[in-house]
Design a protein around this ligand. Structure first.
Ligand code: BGC
Length: 740
């Protein structure tokens, strides 16, 4: 470890050139040292589900090699656990591996919302829901930083597609921006105060996020209290001087000194206040000090222990979508045909900057043979991953094998070249050769278990015809063993869908608005992202958000909800494992507010808990709904507002399996609207100071029916002349109302 930064070094000790130099990388992964003052370089590297530390050639596309590291399930898998403690354990392992490699900051987690299933990078993101993204993201950050290593919460913000990602403007209204796309980031920042936040490549409502003072300073630091540094995504800087002024601390990777010189020139000629550069420099010195405070890792990586954790997490990431007649778990006396190239050549991570060089790699075939036995398990590839070979012959052999066995396990998935950082998918279909194989196998053997490997959701046209489906996402390096664990019941599946599986791409919320054109993408679906959309439109889906079965059964009892002294809502509910094996249920709490004054989806997830239960065990689960999470963003006053009223609280095992419902009365925040002649008559009536008096004055003069009042209510008071009151009276009411 390099010598510690002298504690007495302060911004005042640095020359203008030194300050500028500190704010951009020395090379691809390290910051610049200032030897004169004993300021060492620090290393930041990918992330997010394993360490990608390059010791030779460097790039941000995952092209050149990196040191071996444990490849944990990417976010798409981990999030299915709905378990922040599990995320924290993964984070701690990531932090430890970073510490061992002397990496100061690992570039993750990525918590962008899965707006469309077509986003090529969905495998790196958590969910279509901001609470799931925020809670699990916070778990990862806590774990990573428990090891004295920094995290980088990315990509801030509204980076939900890969198409034109360095230029596209995400054009979005304030409510979806706050309530869906920023909410998860806000939660992680406020709960965990991560060392760094990585700004995204894209523009937000026309402004590059890397130079957006509203985003990087007003919201992130001002409203949320962020104290760490903002690092640019690799190559995201458009105008470095504007970036520094906006609150961007560190440009990565190196600009070979070009932009440092721009900063120096801007300070010299007064276009950039030196104070802004000082602030950034001070924050960077603090980051280097934090990195230096970590004690040197004193032991090598325990490859076995981390592989075992990767296997446990992979088991928790698998979602049992269906299981008719309890076809699963298999027993070792059944003969099994394992079919599908993915069984031998696992897809365990996605392509791009998150590509890890795993310390080991398990495949499902070895795992199944290892449990089921050589004599009962046989394999046929059924298809190739690159479309080479004789498809007909491959299918023929696979069908013959399936016919001779008790059960056929079909390992299907999305070929690796279709899913990557850097571009989006064009469809959500499995390759035709795989779909044909499913039908051909079903024709000879009804006992088919489909095992899916995919980073983004796929359409499942065969879902009604096959009895069992496991959605295994991308499971990291131990996924093959975890698949066998679940198939044979050593692990009881407990994963839940953190994103809806739609029937068709055409049904999805952003369809027609994705990926935009000519540099703009309009977030036209507004608040109705993911399940919020399908529920609002009453659309059928293949499998709903939150869905996932188990080898046991659970029952959720009657829920009770009450407001606590701090304003949060406490929900308590009994959950029972009514089956014969131990398992886990993810209890989910959704709220709605009938009659709300603002647009709301039919229900929104506000809390969840992954609850382990032995057979026949009942436990009382307590879940806290934060008052802040009940708030909507009020565009009239530009702040969060909790609307008062009787909230419906639904508790269930998925967004469409709601087993208990109760209500809770919540006091609202008062909103004082500025009153002017542009205010509507209704708004003047609602004014706390003059409203009642106005009502009485109108009633005294006229007797208006409900419909007349409704019509009148919409009128700006400035345009009411003599009706229902003399204009002078109206002006007097407005004048007094305007005083609060
Ligand atoms: C990605 C980031 C990554 C960085 C460094 C960028 O292309 O968007 O997620 O951390 O490269 O590899």
């Amino acid at each position: 470890m390099t010598e510690a930064v002298r504690t007495d070094v302060s911004v005042a000790d640095l020359t203008l050139e030194e300050k500028a130099s500190l704010t951009s990388g020395a090379d691809f992964w390290t910051t610049k040292p200032i030897d004169r003052l004993g300021i060492p370089p620090i290393m930041m590297t990918d992330g997010p589900h394993g360490l990608r530390k390059q010791s030779g050639a460097t790039d941000h596309l995952g092209l050149a090699g990196s040191v071996p590291a444990t490849c944990f399930p990417p976010a798409v898998g981990l999030s299915a656990s709905f378990d922040p403690e599990l995320a924290e354990r993964v984070g701690a392992a990531l932090g430890l591996e970073s510490a061992i490699e002397n990496v100061a900051v690992i570039l993750g987690p990525g918590i962008n919302i899965k707006r469309s299933p077509l986003c090529g990078r969905n495998f790196e993101y958590m969910s279509e829901d901001p609470i799931v993204s925020g809670v699990l993201g916070a778990g990862l950050v806590r774990g990573i930083e428990s090891q004295g290593v920094g995290s980088s919460l990315k990509h801030f913000a509204v980076n939900n597609q890969e198409t034109d990602r360095l230029r596209v403007s995400a054009d979005i209204d304030p409510r979806p921006l706050r309530e869906i796309y920023l909410r998860g980031f806000q939660r992680v920042v406020e709960d965990t105060q991560p060392w760094t936040v990585m700004c995204s490549y894209n523009r937000l409502n026309g402004i590059h996020t890397s130079e957006d003072p509203w985003l990087l300073t007003q919201v992130l630091r001002g409203e949320w209290g962020f104290e760490g540094i903002v690092v640019s995504d690799w190559g995201a800087v458009n105008n470095r001087v504007a970036g520094v002024a906006a609150g961007l601390d560190l440009e990565m990777p190196s600009s070979s000194g070009r932009t440092d010189a721009e900063i120096v020139a801007a300070v010299r000629d007064g276009r950039l206040a030196e104070a802004a550069l000082d602030t950034v420099t001070e924050r960077l010195l603090a980051l280097v000090r934090k990195a230096q405070a970590r004690p040197a890792a004193d032991r090598p990586l325990d490859v076995d222990a981390h592989h075992a954790l990767a296997r446990e997490v992979a088991g928790r990431s698998i979602v049992l979508l269906k299981n008719d007649d309890a076809l699963l778990p298999l027993n070792t006396s059944q003969s099994v045909a394992v079919i599908g190239a993915f069984a031998e050549q696992p897809r365990f991570q996605g392509a791009g900057s998150s590509q890890i060089n795993p310390t080991r790699l398990d495949n499902a075939l070895d795992g199944i043979v290892g449990t089921g036995g050589q004599d009962t398990v046989s394999f046929a590839p059924g298809f190739t991953l690159d479309d080479s070979g004789d498809a007909h012959a491959l299918r023929h052999d696979a069908v013959a094998l399936a016919e001779s066995k008790d059960v056929a396990v079909l390992c299907l998935g999305v070929p690796a070249p279709e899913e990557s950082e850097g571009f989006d998918r064009e469809h959500i279909d499995l390759p035709a050769v795989q779909l044909r194989l499913v039908d051909a196998v079903l024709a000879v053997n009804p006992n088919v278990v489909v095992v899916l490997s995919n980073g983004g959701v796929v359409a499942l046209p065969f879902a009604d015809r096959v009895p069992a489906i496991l959605e295994t996402w991308l499971l990291g390096q131990a996924g093959g063993s975890a698949i066998a664990d679940v198939l044979y019941g050593a692990v009881n599946p407990s994963g839940k869908l953190a994103e809806t599986i739609p029937l068709r791409l055409e049904d999805t919320p952003a369809f027609g608005n994705f990926p935009g054109e000519f540099g703009h993408v309009r977030y036209g679906e507004g608040l109705l992202v993911g399940y919020r959309w399908y529920d609002a439109k009453g659309l059928d889906v293949r499998y709903p958000f939150g869905h996932g079965l188990s080898y046991t059964t659970f029952q959720i009892g009657d829920a009770a909800a009450s407001v606590q002294s701090d304003g949060d809502v406490l929900v308590t509910v009994a959950v029972t494992n009514t089956g014969s094996v131990s398992g886990r249920e993810v209890v989910q709490v959704y709220t709605s507010l009938p009659g709300s004054a603002v647009q709301r989806p039919p229900r929104e997830l506000k809390a969840f808990a992954s609850v382990p239960l032995e057979s026949d065990e009942t436990t009382e689960v307590s879940l806290t709904l934060r008052r802040a999470d009940l708030a909507y963003w009020d565009v009239r006053v530009d702040r969060w507002v909790v609307e008062g009223g009787r909230y419906v609280v639904e508790v269930g095992a998925s967004s469409r399996d709601l087993q208990s419902s109760t209500t809770v009365d919540v006091d609202g925040d008062s909103v004082s609207l500025p009153i002017s002649l542009e205010s509507s008559f209704d708004e003047l009536l609602a004014d706390p100071i003059v409203g009642a008096e106005l009502q009485a004055a109108v009633e005294e003069r006229l007797s208006l029916g409900a419909e007349e009042l409704k019509m009148l209510g919409n009128f700006p008071v400035g345009r009411l002349d003599g009706f229902p009151l003399p204009r002078a009276d109206i002006l007097a009411f407005v004048e007094r109302a305007g005083k609060h």
